[in-house]
Design a binder for this molecule. Structure first.
Ligand SMILES: [Ca+2]
Ligand SMILES: [Ca+2]
Length: 241
């Protein structure tokens, strides 16, 4: 893990939530976001509905987070991150999450402030963001029994993030067969490689995004594609639930 790169150059301005029963969450901070040597005042106000107002250097912007599954003990935070150390800007990250599920219930938005306007550059719901400071970010999403990892790169000329798609997404989760199910030769079609035997172990290698199929290696070393329904209903996966 490249832990040292996580939130590099980040300065958490205010972080912890407070336990108001109703009403808004408010966070304030001060930082130079556009590299002109002068600090901007920053303020985030979030309503329980998820609507928010972000004010930076006198520029106000309204937005909305998708509702959290629980607004019990919500936290809100603003922080300064550096997407790309090669440019003069720093980005403002705003985030709300609930105590119910800190990953699924996390809403994150990155903004860039150029001195006159605020622009959204990345929005993540239920996903974690890792910044490396060189324009590369990793976005991680919990998919029930595994973590999907996506890569995005900051395009300097277009001033936005672009995804770097992968052929497949690494899963690397072991499980055990409860009820027999087939693994298939191809992503589509019905040519069966093997019927996995009850109580046998298997390894899920990768996921194909387009077809939503998982490549599985059987206990005896055969490889084929499995349907997600089979993995969800006919197996025991250690991290499920
Ligand atoms: Ca400034
Ligand atoms: Ca920068």
């Amino acid at each position: 893990m490249r832990k040292t790169a996580v939130f590099i150059a980040a300065a958490w301005v205010l972080f912890h939530g407070f336990g108001l029963l109703a009403g808004e969450l408010e966070r304030t901070g001060k930082a130079d976001l556009n590299g002109d040597g002068k600090s901007e005042n920053m303020r985030l106000k979030v309503e329980p509905s998820g609507k928010y107002v972000l004010t930076v250097g006198g520029v106000a912007m309204e937005g909305a987070f998708p509702p959290l599954s629980s607004f019990d003990e919500p936290t809100a935070g603003i922080s300064v991150v550096d997407v790309d150390r090669q440019d003069k800007y720093k980005e403002l990250q705003i985030r709300v999450s609930s105590s119910a599920d800190s990953m699924l219930d996390a809403r994150t938005v990155l903004y860039r402030y150029d001195g006159g306007s605020l622009r959204e550059v990345l929005r993540l719901d239920g996903r974690y963001l890792e910044l490396f400071g060189n324009g590369i970010v990793h976005v991680t999403r919990w998919r029930g029994f595994w973590m999907e990892r996506e890569k995005y790169v900051w395009d300097r000329s277009a001033q936005k993030f672009r995804e770097v798609p992968q052929a497949f997404y690494y899963v690397g989760v072991e499980g055990r067969v409860v009820k027999s199910f087939p693994i298939f030769r191809a992503l589509s079609g019905s040519q069966v490689v093997a019927q996995l035997r009850p109580k046998s172990a298997f390894l899920i290698l990768v996921w194909d995004r387009k077809s939503n199929r998982y490549l599985v290696r059987s206990e005896s070393g055969l490889v084929g594609w499995a349907r997600p329904e089979a993995l969800e209903s006919k197996t025991s996966l250690p991290s499920a639930g």
